[in-house]
Structure formats: C-alpha cells, structure tokens
Design a protein around this ligand. Structure first.
Ligand SMILES: Nc1ncnc2c1ncn2[C@@H]1O[C@H](COP(=O)(O)OP(=O)(O)OP(=O)(O)O)[C@@H](O)[C@H]1O
Ligand SMILES: [Mg+2]
Length: 274
C-alpha cells in the first residue's frame, strides 16, 4: 500500500511543479538542505541522521572511507533511494523526497556516475546534442534542426570541457579522461544548478586529473558542485570546504587544512596519508 501512496503523492506533486518557470530559492545562501536523513539496508544504516548544507555556487568535496555512505547520499538526492527519515530540499522549497528521478533531473540536479556512459558510435557533438533538454527521442534529437541558441550552448560546452578539436570524432576514439569530460558536458547542456560528481578522477592520468580539477573549479560559481573523491591530492587542489562522512554521518567539516589535522579524521580515514 505504501507504494500506491507514494505513486499518488508523486503525481500530485508533478502537477504542482511548473518546470519551465521553476525558481530555486537560494535567498538564504544555500542550494541544498539535507537534514536528518537515514537509510537502512537490511538493518544496516548506510546513512545515519545525515545533515549537511551546500552553499549556492559552492564547490564542496565529500570524502570518507569505503562504505561511509557517500554514494548512498547521492542516490537519495537524485531520487534513486528513498530514505527512512529526514528531509532534502533543493533551495528552500523544492522537496526532493517527493520527486521521481526524472523530476529531480528536470528541477536542476545533474549527476555524473563513475563509469562514463557516452554513446561510443556518435560524435562528441552528437552526444552533446542528444543530451540537450528539449527533444527527447534519439530520432528527434539527431535530426531536428537545432536553433541558434542550442548550437551556441553546445559550442560553449565544447569549449568548457576542452573538446572543441574533437567535436567531429566518435566518442569511442576519446581517452578515458576525455570521455569523462564529455559526460560532464552532457550534464552541462541540461543547465543544472547543482552537479553531483562521484569519483571523477579514478583511472585518470596525472594530467587529466589536473585538467579535471580546473574544469570542476571553473564550473562552480554559476552552479554548485559536490564532488566525492578518494584522491587526496585532487581534493586538496580544489577544495574550499571538505565534508568527511563516516558511518553515514558527518564526522568533520571545514577547510582541508583543518580537516586533515582532525585526529578522528586521521584515525578513520586519512591515516598515514597526511
Ligand atoms: N542497495 C544496497 N543494498 C544493500 N546495501 C547497500 C546498498 N547500497 C549501499 N549499501 C551499503 O551501504 C554502505 C554505504 O555504501 P556507499 O556505496 O554509499 O559507500 P561509499 O561511501 O560511496 O563508499 P565507496 O567510497 O567505497 O564508494 C555500504 O556498506 C554498502 O555496502
Ligand atoms: Mg561510493
């Protein structure tokens, strides 16, 4: 019966959301309000009363040991996993826990998974065109005549992700790092206000990692960016504020230089690394 109630509630909420004119209320400076979220899997608490806030335009890094709940947190924010309790709002008013995955994406949260999922047989340009908000089927996306605004958006995005020279190449020919950037580009053309990025530099070369640091840093400001990453050198290079998750809740939060001296953080995560 719970499922039916859930379905009905979502439908009602959908009817209430005017996605075209959606305003994310950040007048109090925050774009994301997560309060008291708990998620259990067979009695195991993956998230345990998690509370955190992300500022509008902020670049936040989330670190923590394996199993700390980092990916589960992103699953909750994107509607993939329903928490047992707690609240999650985009801006002051958009109740993420009442929305489906696709509604959340339309409302302005973009998520980058670890494994790139670009269309290998399509060109870089076509991949971005397919990801545009408007036409939704493959057929209409590829064969529609894009208007000037859409073409400009694709061109701007190609510049941001540094793939202008590769625009006509098949995605299959890109390096691992370039595929990751293309996927970030596919999110950017949907013009999200909040980007969630899970382990972006895993498997990247040193040079690609540095380029990714520059890219994510440049994306913040106009948007908010939450990055989960284990690569501490990378985190140090981009982070203003770092949140440390441990056993499903926040263990520490603050500037990297403070967090990495916190004895509890050293004990549970950083160990000898610092
Ligand atoms: N669908 C699921 N069913 C059962 N247990 C799950 C499920 N998803 C996650 N878990 C468990 O919840 C805990 C938190 O997992 P999560 O993937 O969020 O950790 P993480 O911080 O992202 O770790 P990592 O750094 O290894 O990616 C882990 O113990 C995991 O095994
Ligand atoms: Mg994870």
């Amino acid at each position: 019966m719970a499922a039916k109630n859930w379905f009905d509630r979502t439908r009602v909420y959908d009817a209430m959301i005017d996605f075209e004119n959606l305003v994310i209320d950040t007048t109090h400076g925050q774009i994301l309000y997560v309060e008291g979220i708990s998620v259990s899997f067979d009695g195991f608490k993956a998230l345990n009363d998690l509370t955190l806030y992300i500022g509008d335009g902020e670049l936040r890094c989330i670190i923590g040991p394996n199993g700390a709940g980092k990916t589960t947190m992103m699953d909750v924010l994107t509607g993939k996993t329903r928490p047992d309790k707690g609240t999650a709002f985009l801006g002051q008013q958009i109740d993420l826990l009442r929305m489906t995955e696709s509604q959340i994406a339309r409302a302005g949260i973009g998520r980058k998974f670890q494994k790139p999922s670009v269309f290998e047989n399509l060109s870089v340009w076509e991949n971005l065109a397919l990801a545009l908000k408007a036409p939704k089927t493959v057929w209409t996306s590829l064969f529609a005549r894009f208007n000037g605004e859409q073409r400009d958006l694709i061109d701007e995005t190609l510049a941001i992700i540094g793939l202008e020279a590769e625009r006509a190449q098949d995605a299959a020919s890109l390096s691992h790092g370039q595929k990751q950037w293309l996927e970030i580009g596919m999110l950017l053309v949907q013009q999200p206000r909040l980007l969630l990025v899970d382990e972006p530099v895993a498997g990247m070369t040193q040079q690609e990692t540095e380029r990714t640091a520059e890219l994510l840093t440049s994306l913040a400001g106009e948007r908010s960016v939450v990055v989960v990453e284990h690569d501490m050198e990378f985190v140090r290079s981009i982070a203003r504020t770092v949140t440390v998750l441990h056993e499903g809740s926040v263990l520490a939060e603050g500037p990297m230089h403070e967090v990495q001296q916190n004895p509890r953080v050293i004990e549970v995560y950083l160990g000898e690394e610092c």
